[in-house]
Design a binder for this molecule. Structure first.
Ligand code: A3P
Length: 367
């Protein structure tokens, strides 16, 4: 693949997806799912899960049916370009925030954070950075072709199912302490109209059958890739981002080959980007109070901005549940070098989770 002239990146930056593909109906009328994968889909193991929905197991990952179609289509049809950057995550680990920070960082020359009409002040972050599975499962991948380079793309795919052309892009992966991720996912699905007890999702997760699960293989795929090729795969943790978002933005800029210059640092650009992308700033915007995201499932923009804290799981799990999932995840990650230090540290549900967890969250360690 020919290299992109890196000196162009900071001048060009990505453009908002919605500015290029501005359908009045967010693409609803143009949904045309590929049908040629029906034979493959029909043979996949499936379980009834999450209300009335089914999850299918495709290449060892549990997905809703549209997710399967999207992944197969990406595997067969995606064409990468020099300069593509892929944002990857399990759902509910800070994807929206990562999209906002990455877009603002990469596009800062064209759209400085001081701009009152900055794309992130008029669009939801998901309207700036496209979700690949959504587009491919709706037969709308041509919309990615319409985006000028450099493109910022987003996926929930496991590393193991990425086609070669995507695995060779620069990848930023964000993950989160699994218990908080599950609580966030449960709230999110409830808000989209799924009705089921938290314990159902918890049981699925323990079996490795939650949507986009198993959790551990999602983590390990990117972890292993990031240790093998740190210059190509940046591994971030939501808790570390919360603890020091300005350092995260600097890290993103360096990784994307657009480090902040001394003049930009002196002008306070990294701090301005963090402030523009803070959960409090984003949730107050009209673009995030109204509107919906998604082609098959509809998620209100506002549901992407809930609490944004560490340790909310104590309000939904018993100590026994916590110990169980911690033990399962700890066992699966054993020997990889990836650990979550909150594993097994909770003594009482009554204690304030933030008091308990914040000192350890920043020490989610890689040793
Ligand atoms: P909670 O549900 O725990 O509050 P995703 O973007 O992957 O769907 O993740 C959503 C989680 O990220 C939610 O967590 C949400 O509140 C949090 N979040 C969204 N925007 C954020 C921001 N700007 N800063 C910090 N957290 C944010």
């Amino acid at each position: 693949m020919a290299a992109l002239d890196k000196s162009c990146l900071v001048e060009l930056g990505p453009v908002p997806f919605k500015d290029v593909n501005n359908d009045d109906d967010n693409g609803q009328t143009a949904i045309s799912p590929p049908t040629e994968y029906a034979d493959i889909v029909a043979t996949l193991p499936s379980i009834a899960a999450i209300g009335d929905s089914q999850l299918l197991k495709y290449q060892d990952v549990w997905l809703f049916i549209h997710g399967v179609t999207g992944v197969i289509s990406i595997q067969r049809r995606f064409k990468s370009r020099p300069g593509d950057v892929l944002l990857a995550s399990p759902p509910k680990c800070g994807t929206t925030w990562l999209k906002a920070l990455s877009f603002a960082t990469m596009a800062r020359a064209k759209y400085p954070p001081s701009d009152a009409n900055h794309p992130l002040r008029r669009l939801n972050p998901h309207e700036c950075v496209p979700f690949m599975e959504n587009l491919f499962s709706a037969g709308q991948e041509a919309k990615l072709e319409a985006l000028p380079s450099p493109r910022l793309l987003q996926t929930h795919m496991h590393y193991s199912v990425l086609p070669r052309s995507l695995a060779d892009c620069k990848i930023v992966f964000v993950c989160r302490e699994p218990k908080d991720m599950l609580v966030s996912m449960w709230h999110f699905l409830q808000s989209a109209g799924f009705s089921f007890p938290f314990s159902d999702l918890f049981e699925l997760a323990c079996q490795g059958q939650n949507p986009h699960g198993p959790i551990w293989s999602h983590l390990l795929g990117y972890w292993t890739a990031s240790t093998a090729r740190p210059e190509m795969v940046l591994f971030l943790r939501y808790e570390d981002m919360l603890a020091d978002p300005v350092s995260t933005v600097r890290q993103l800029a360096r990784f994307m080959d657009v480090p902040f210059t001394a003049a930009e640092e002196a002008a306070g650009l990294p701090v301005d980007i963090v402030e523009m992308c803070s959960i409090d700033a984003l949730r107050e915007l009209e673009a995030n109070k109204t509107g919906k995201f998604g082609l098959f499932f509809k998620f209100q923009h506002q549901t992407f901005f809930r609490k944004g804290v560490v340790g909310d799981w104590v309000n939904y799990m018993t100590p026994e549940m916590a110990r169980r999932i911690d033990a399962i995840v700890g066992d699966k990650l054993h020997g990889s070098g990836l650990t979550f230090t909150s594993v097994g540290t909770i003594a009482s549900q009554d204690q304030d989770a933030r008091t308990l967890l914040l000192p350890t969250s920043s020490s989610l360690s890689s040793s």
